[in-house]
Every structure is written in C-alpha cells, then in structure tokens.
Design a binder for this molecule. Structure first.
Ligand code: URA
Length: 235
C-alpha cells in the first residue's frame, strides 16, 4: 500500500497532506527517510511521522458539526482564535475538518479521521455540490441571478458559477437566497456576490450533496449515521 494511503487511513490527514509530510522529510519507514510514492507493508513496516509511530487505525469516526461564526476550521490557530476542534469531544484522537468554512460563516461541517473520505470530498476533480443560505444587503434581481449562473471571475482566470440559485425573498433592505456551488474556493460565495456588487451579511452551509443538517443546534455535533457515511463515501 502507498505510504500516503496508509497514513491517511491511520488518520494522519488527507493523502495530499501526507505527501507533504513525506516531501518535508518527516516520514520514516523502518528508520529510513522515504520519498513520495513509497509502498509500505502495513503489518510489518514501522512507519513514523515526526519520530512517532503511526498505527493502522481500527475504526473511523465521522461527526457532523453545526459550526457557529467566530471559529476557524483548523486544528490549531496561530492567532489563538477558537477552532472547531473546541466543539468536538476530546477523546477521539486526531480528527480534522473536511474542507473549510471561513471564520464568519456557519453551518455544516464534517469532521473525521478518515483521510480518504476527506480527500474524496475536497479534491477539485470530485465536484461535490454545497448549498448555502445567504442574506444580502438590498435587492437581488434577475441580472444578479443570470450573472451568477453564467459564471463570474473571482480571481484572474478563475470563473465559477452557481449550479442552482433560488431567491427566497427580496426587498430594498435585504434579500435571502439559496445558492449551490460545486467548487470549494476560499470564501467563494462571498467573492461571487462581491463580483455582482452584493455584500453578504449572513452565510450558512445548509447541505453537502443531499445531506442536510436538520435538528442540530448551533455549536453542536453528532455522530453521522451509517447511511450518511455511505452516502458521503459514494458521492
Ligand atoms: N463561501 C464562502 O464565502 N465562505 C465559506 O466559508 C464557504 C463558501
């Protein structure tokens, strides 16, 4: 088995993250520093990261978290801000969030130790629909809708579009919309709306694929159900 797969299954991180650890010279097999792409025998070989032995994980764990605003989606934060890890049980070993929601954004976040699932759900090749409830200052009209559906350039040569867009209400003061996107670019929804001169005042991820977050209070998490895990594995 490839070393990045072994490390991902053991819960060290996504395969890309594990490749980076190997590139940075932090991974040793039987005492030898290794290169990206090395195979390991998961029974016989002794694999270490930063000097600590990594064991094959017996079981994966999957949480759905309703992230509040004011938390960062990292395991630790250099600026000492609260992280989503503060909202999860502490006795589950190494867990990490699948993808990111920005500091000001709330809503559904999957947190797991399954590096393979993390890789699949976040890899740009495997486009996964993500749906957001958005509140915007002022009116939202047909011109805004058609621009966002046609595609907007959020950075040089990066054009992204709304796969679907539903206006829930719109007035001079405020509009409420629901938007689905495929990519997961940094602050994508906020930047898409900036392109059409709209400022987001509230942003919440309400769905990943068809998976919804009903009945989970802000700041709370729950273990994913078997059928939800299967759904995410096959999305
Ligand atoms: N779009 C954003 O602007 N922020 C997020 O956190 C997710 C999508």
């Amino acid at each position: 088995m490839r070393v990045n797969k072994f490390l991902a299954e053991a819960g060290v991180g996504s395969r890309r993250y594990c490749d980076k650890l190997v590139e940075d010279g932090k991974v040793f097999v039987n005492g030898q520093r290794i290169k990206v792409g090395t195979d390991v025998d998961k029974i016989r070989d002794k694999v270490t990261v930063d000097g600590k032995q990594v064991f094959k994980k017996a079981q994966n764990i999957y949480y759905m978290l309703n992230k509040p605003k004011g938390y960062v989606c990292t395991v630790s934060d250099d600026l000492g801000r609260r992280t989503v890890m503060d909202l999860l049980p502490t006795d589950q070993g190494r867990l990490y969030p699948v993808g990111r929601l920005d500091y000001e954004t709330e809503g559904m976040l999957i947190v797991t130790n399954d590096g393979d699932m993390c890789e699949r759900l976040t890899h740009p090749r495997n486009e996964v629909p993500k749906t957001y409830a958005v509140r915007i200052d002022g009116i939202f009209n047909e011109t805004h809708i058609s621009k966002l559906k046609a595609g907007v350039e959020i950075e040089p040569n990066v054009v992204v579009r709304a796969i679907s867009l539903r206006v829930i209400s719109s007035s001079k003061e405020e509009s409420k919309i629901e938007i689905t996107i495929m990519e997961g670019k940094n602050r994508q929804v906020r930047r898409m709306l900036e392109v059409v001169d709209k400022e987001v005042t509230f942003l919440k991820r309400v769905k990943i694929g068809d998976l919804k977050m009903t009945g989970l209070d802000r700041g709370k998490c729950r273990v994913l159900r078997e059928r939800e895990i299967e759904y995410l594995k096959n999305i």
